[in-house]
Design a binder for this molecule. Structure first.
Ligand code: GLN
Length: 454
């Protein structure tokens, strides 16, 4: 009875779109057999992993949490998921997410919102957002349904859900993890990464997930460092930069206090702390919300009712009618909003005013980081401007929702590695998260500082 109650509670979180326990059991059996035969085990032998439903998985439905891709069963495996299976892991199921990874609360999913396992001390039993877009991943890990999951992060979708649910997750340097076989949102920003309860687990997973892939033209042809073997919480000799623009007037007092505690923890680990400036920070959010929709509108043009998933063919309809009907029914409101913004900023009359300008500002934001990293080895900031909020609270106001990403999008625009790590609980008893941002390719320092905080 207790077991059934637990299963019912777990299912009520709505974290999984498809469950594949047989695959996880097969991996566990294979690990047992290999062990009995004295064979060397892969680094993830028998570990059950939740797979964000943005990764194409051979023979298992992949929807990007959209109606558009309902019933789409890939005939191939994404590079990153394939690497996890090759390391011995088994898939527990496909995890819910914001539709096409667009959102910060998991409320844009066609399969219903995911619920965080956390509750406010003072808020009755009101359901809270698990963050997004990787909200199925964060909720499943926080609820102990799986020890680890994949996420993808275009503007914060690994880090913000990790912060909302008291777990950790790292977005590596752009190009570390292959994007091949991951449903594309904004290709110049999309990165895969792990989410797990501990920094060490993240290091182990990231090592498996990273590596050169000739099938992704932006994949970095570099050896994968031994992040786990080199983990150390000793930060002597390291300088931590505190970007002053991340502490605007009106920053939530509890977030601000958490940040101060984080600074003390890094000092205790031996680091020096300096203030730095990232002067173009205020332009990061508008820049992101031009570039990401622009790329999305182009990437999503492929969903035409011919090649993937759904087709709506009204009686007597011609080709154009079929496109229109398929896209009208297949995409949810947030996806349509992004496509409209994207096609607008890319249109002949507005391209220079918006898209070209955004690309220039993106370069300035990347330069801010380069200059700051002349004075320090890593940056410490909050991950999100608040703790989790109630489901429905921000759904009607896209701008309020986009503001959630204010601390995560700058590192995305600059392609830098960034990790969310728990920073404690707020007065309502909800998790709040710190963010460590590193130099390009310096995931080691990011992981080490996160370890010192954890
Ligand atoms: N919340 C951001 C958005 O809606 C980031 C999403 C992501 O990183 N996939 O675009």
């Amino acid at each position: 009875e207790a077991f059934n109650a637990n299963v019912a509670a777990a299912k009520a979180l709505n974290a999984f779109i498809v469950e594949t326990p047989e695959k996880a059991l097969d991996a566990a059996d294979a690990a047992d057999k290999a062990k009995a035969a004295g064979e060397t085990l892969g680094p993830l032998a028998g570990v059950p992993i939740g797979m964000k439903d943005l990764f194409c998985t051979q023979g298992v439905q992949t929807t990007a949490a959209s109606h558009m891709l309902e019933g789409f069963t890939p005939t191939y495996e994404s590079t990153v998921s394939g690497k996890l299976w090759a390391a011995g892991a088994g898939m527990l199921g496909k995890l819910n997410l914001d539709q096409f990874a667009m959102g910060s609360s998991n409320e844009t999913s066609y399969y219903g919102n995911v619920i965080s396992p956390w509750r406010r001390k003072d808020g009755g039993n009101a359901a809270l957002a698990p963050g997004g877009s990787s909200g199925g991943s964060s909720s499943a890990i926080a609820a102990r349904l799986c020890p680890a999951a994949t996420g993808t992060d275009t503007g914060g979708s690994i880090r913000q859900p990790a912060a909302f649910t008291g777990i950790s997750g790292i977005k590596p340097t752009y190009g570390r993890c292959s994007r091949w076989g991951i449903v594309a949102f904004a290709s110049s920003l999309d990165q895969a990464g792990p989410m797990a309860r501990t920094v060490r687990d993240n290091a182990i997973l990231l090592e498996v997930m990273s590596g050169f892939d000739p099938k992704d033209s932006t994949s970095l042809d570099l050896a994968v460092p031994q992040w786990e073997a080199n983990l150390s919480s000793d930060l002597r000799g390291k300088t931590v930069g505190i970007p002053r623009e991340y502490r605007p007037d009106g920053l939530n007092a509890e977030i601000s206090a958490m940040w101060d505690r984080g600074i003390e923890w890094l000092k205790d680990a031996g680091a020096e702390v300096v203030e730095v400036s990232l002067p173009h920070t205020q332009y990061a959010l508008p820049t992101y919300y031009i570039i990401a929709p622009a790329e999305a509108s182009s990437n999503l043009a492929r969903y035409d009712g011919v090649r993937y998933g759904q087709r709506d063919l009204p009686d007597g309809a011609g080709l154009q009618d079929m496109y229109a009907a398929t896209r009208a029914a297949g995409f949810g409101p947030e996806v349509k909003r992004r496509i409209m913004i994207g096609t607008y900023v890319l249109s002949a009359g507005f391209y220079d005013a918006y898209y070209t300008q955004a690309q220039k500002v993106r370069a300035l934001i990347a330069r801010d980081f380069e200059l700051a990293f002349e004075k320090c080895d890593l940056l410490l900031t909050p991950t999100a401007p608040s703790a989790s909020f109630a489901l429905g609270e921000k759904q009607a106001d896209p701008l309020a929702m986009y503001l959630n990403d204010v601390f995560t999008v700058p590192a995305s625009l600059a392609g830098l590695p960034a990790m969310a790590v728990p920073g404690g609980l707020d007065a309502a008893g909800l998790p709040i998260g710190l963010q460590v941002i590193g130099k390009a390719l310096d995931e080691q320092t990011v992981l080490n500082a996160s370890l010192a905080i954890e």
